[in-house]
Ligand binder design. Structure first.
Ligand code: WQD
Length: 336
């Protein structure tokens, strides 16, 4: 079966995608510089699937290393590119780090793919490219708004770099715009490893429930939403991972209709922060301490996906419920 490169393959979404690729019979090679992951994830993946992925510890910012890698692994059939920095707040403080780490690396990978005649590319994009969309649910036709952060801009620029390259080369690419990835693998062997104080909601919820954090702050209770708290589309990371294997198969089978395609990957359902808290308490039978505080700078009111394009074209849809996703996050937290 084809050999697939997964950059950032030891990270949260990357590791779950490696598991699903191996379940589909692909040979996987991972590049990860361990800047936001740990090496033991490789053994965890192996213990889940019984197959050890190939692994190279290299930094994609080092163009020389990228060239060497592709010379060594020139039989790669496709690339799934997760490797990037993704902390929205940090990107505001350190824009150059984000432009360097998220854009230079993308360019080096695309250049070496072309040099080695590798034509299939899946890009980890984000609903953040839409900013606050004008109407819900959000379709792929919704325009890019000015991104709230350099992180969001790197996703918008990334898509433009790829689509421009597809126009003038043999590259075929799919950008998957993730909504809010949550949860963990059912074995609780891999999951979200937030380093430091969690920025995202679900790790903060599980750490509060575990007594690591005293109280969850709900950022804003006066949004124009049913209960006043912000609405997002929380998708289980395994559903998200499966969207990548389906998208890669589409490219390998040359079923793509244009050389650059975009799909929203979400559940299609909006949940408020209070909905999440209630669902978590119900799913885990644990009480959550929280208090409603001021809005967080840069947050949008609501975002949830219109997933009909992915359903019609990729024959993919999310199956795992919010409660089951939260229960899996709790199982994972208890192993930490
Ligand atoms: C979700 C909701 C917060 C923490 C970001 C990126 C996006 C993607 C996912 C990378 C919001 C509220 C949060 C807390 C809270 N990342 N919240 N208390 O901001 O929707 O999206 O992460 O691809 O690109 O933009 O996710 O989990 O930070 O917040 O009330 O302690 O939970 O205000 O409404 P967000 P999030």
């Amino acid at each position: 079966m084809s050999k697939i490169l997964v950059t950032g393959g030891l990270g949260f979404i990357g590791s779950h995608t490696v598991v699903e690729l191996q379940n589909e019979g692909y040979e996987v090679v991972i590049i990860d510089n361990l800047s936001n992951s740990t090496l033991d994830v490789l053994d965890k993946i192996t213990s889940i699937t019984g197959k050890k992925p190939l692994y190279e510890n290299l930094d994609l910012k080092n163009q020389e290393s990228v060239q060497q890698f592709f010379k060594k692994h020139h039989t790669i059939a496709g690339v799934i590119h997760f490797a990037a920095s993704k902390a929205v707040g940090e990107s505001v403080e350190k824009p150059l780090k984000y432009y360097h780490n998220n854009i230079s690396t993308l360019i080096y990978v695309l250049e070496e793919m072309r040099a080695n005649n590798i034509k299939n590319f899946i890009f980890s994009s984000s609903c953040t490219v839409y900013g606050q969309a004008d109407s819900m649910p959000i379709t792929e036709e919704a325009p890019f708004k000015t991104a709230e952060s350099p992180y969001g801009k790197t996703k918008q620029m990334g898509e433009d770099i790829i689509s421009d390259t597809c126009k003038v080369s043999d590259l075929n690419a799919i950008a998957l715009r993730y909504f809010n990835p949550i949860g963990a693998h059912e074995t609780a062997k891999i999951g979200e490893l937030p380093i430091g104080v969690p920025q995202n909601l679900i790790p903060f919820v599980t750490q509060t429930a575990a007594g690591i954090r005293a109280e969850l702050s709900v950022f804003g209770g006066n949004y124009p939403t049913p209960d006043g708290t912000a609405v997002r589309d929380y998708i289980h990371v395994v559903d998200l991972a499966k969207a990548h294997t389906v998208a890669m198969k589409r490219l390998l089978n040359k079923d793509n209709k244009t050389s650059f395609e975009v799909f929203n990957i979400g559940t299609g359902k909006g949940s408020s922060v209070l909905d999440v808290i209630k669902a978590f308490e119900k799913a885990t039978q644990t009480k959550l301490n929280y208090k409603i505080v001021d809005r967080r700078e840069g947050d949008i009111t609501e975002a949830y996906a219109d997933t009909s394009l992915a359903q019609n074209e990729l024959k993919w849809k999310a199956n795992i419920s919010l409660e089951d996703a939260l229960a899996s996050a709790w199982q994972w937290q208890k192993t930490l």
